[in-house]
Design a protein around this ligand. Structure first.
Ligand SMILES: NC(=O)C1=CN([C@@H]2O[C@H](COP(=O)(O)OP(=O)(O)OC[C@H]3O[C@@H](n4cnc5c(N)ncnc54)[C@H](OP(=O)(O)O)[C@@H]3O)[C@@H](O)[C@H]2O)C=CC1
Ligand SMILES: Nc1nc(=O)c2c([nH]1)NC[C@@H]1CN(c3ccc(C(=O)N[C@@H](CCC(=O)O)C(=O)O)cc3)C=[N+]21
Length: 282
């Protein structure tokens, strides 16, 4: 039976210390501010955005939410970003992805000032991550590494197998694992023998978007299993890992919900506080 890595509990510990930090910053006249921009009416996106706004409020971060109509042009969206870039109350800008068809996501991300890119998606922050310079690290990968760190198991020398190679999860989490001195294998839809690859892993990080595709027979005894997947099946949230099967084999495992999801929001709060501090040369 595996030990559960409780994302909610770890999140509330980190958020408590962030709350104190925000209080101190506020007492010195510096309140961190986050702007969240959402385009269109995807219900799942709206839930996340609501959760983010509430999380900000809970720890004293000032937040603004912009719900823009799906018919907005790319030009109008870029203008909104320019406005937020020059707003001194705003230290972090998050544009909820995916964006409607017809809007160039990369162009929108690149327009966000790198200093306010608390998602860590800007090409400058991606580049800094790759070469090991200080920028902003994407929230989900940062949350994953923090969860592994809290198991007390060192990643050094371990074989980490990541399933998924997206720019927002798979690639950055692989780079972070490498920086922790893990040996990293990145799998994707063209990988031959996925089963054998995953079976070799000391640490499995599943970021695929396919409900329960990582089954118990793919997990080595004693492995750490991190499930990034958020899939809605018959109105319920399920991960990319078959939890029931995997927990029989794993030493540690993250649940869905209550695992990586809450950690993503916590890392967003942390990046926003960090952005405010950097603006003020703290
Ligand atoms: N918990 C959280 O906070 C977050 C959760 N998520 C969730 O994480 C999951 C992944 O998200 P994201 O990275 O954005 O997804 P993408 O769809 O961008 O990437 C999915 C990756 O999985 C790979 N893949 C697809 N099918 C297979 C397969 N059969 N075998 C092996 N690899 C496969 C794809 O390979 P290829 O590149 O070859 O197409 C791709 O690299 C989703 O469930 C998403 O909802 C995402 C962000 C935050
Ligand atoms: N620019 C941008 N940045 C993102 O970080 C971003 C994004 N776009 N687009 C969508 C994905 C997805 N994502 C999640 C965040 C929190 C939960 C989360 O808190 N999940 C809860 C459950 C929430 C529920 O009940 O629906 C949990 O897993 O326990 C999930 C998913 C951030 N994303």
């Amino acid at each position: 039976m595996a030990t559960i890595i409780d994302g909610k509990r770890i999140s509330s510990e980190i958020r408590e210390s962030l709350r104190k930090e925000v209080e101190l910053l506020k007492s010195q006249g510096m309140q961190p501010g986050l702007a969240v921009v959402i385009v269109g009416e995807d219900p799942a996106s709206q839930t996340y955005v609501r959760n983010k706004a509430k999380a900000c409020e809970d720890i004293g971060i000032y937040s603004e939410k912009y719900e823009l109509d799906a018919s907005i042009t790319q030009h109008q969206l870029l203008e909104k970003i320019d406005e937020l870039n020059s707003d001194s109350r705003i230290h972090g800008i998050l544009v909820q992805l995916p964006l409607p068809k017809g809007i160039d996501e990369q162009a929108v991300i690149e327009r966000i000032s790198a200093e306010k890119d608390v998602d860590g998606f800007h090409i400058l922050n991606a580049g800094k991550l790759l070469v090991g310079q200080k920028g902003f690290v994407p929230c989900t990968p940062a949350g994953v590494i923090e969860m592994i760190r809290r198991t007390g198991v060192s990643m050094a020398g371990k074989h980490v197998v990541v399933i998924g190679r997206s720019n927002i999860v798979g690639k950055p989490v692989s780079i972070l694992a490498l920086q922790e001195n893990a040996t990293v294998t990145i799998c994707h839809s063209k990988t031959n023998n996925l089963h054998e690859m995953v079976k070799m892993a000391d640490i499995v990080i599943a970021a695929v978007g396919r409900p329960q595709m990582i089954t118990g027979d793919m997990i080595k005894d004693g492995a750490i299993v991190i499930d990034v997947g958020i899939n809605r099946v018959d109105g319920k949230l399920v991960g990319d890992v078959n939890y029931k099967e995997a927990e029989e084999k794993a030493s540690f495992i993250t649940p869905v919900p209550g695992g990586v999801g809450p950690m993503t929001i916590t890392m967003l709060l942390q990046n926003t506080v960090e952005a405010c501090k950097r603006t003020n040369n703290i």
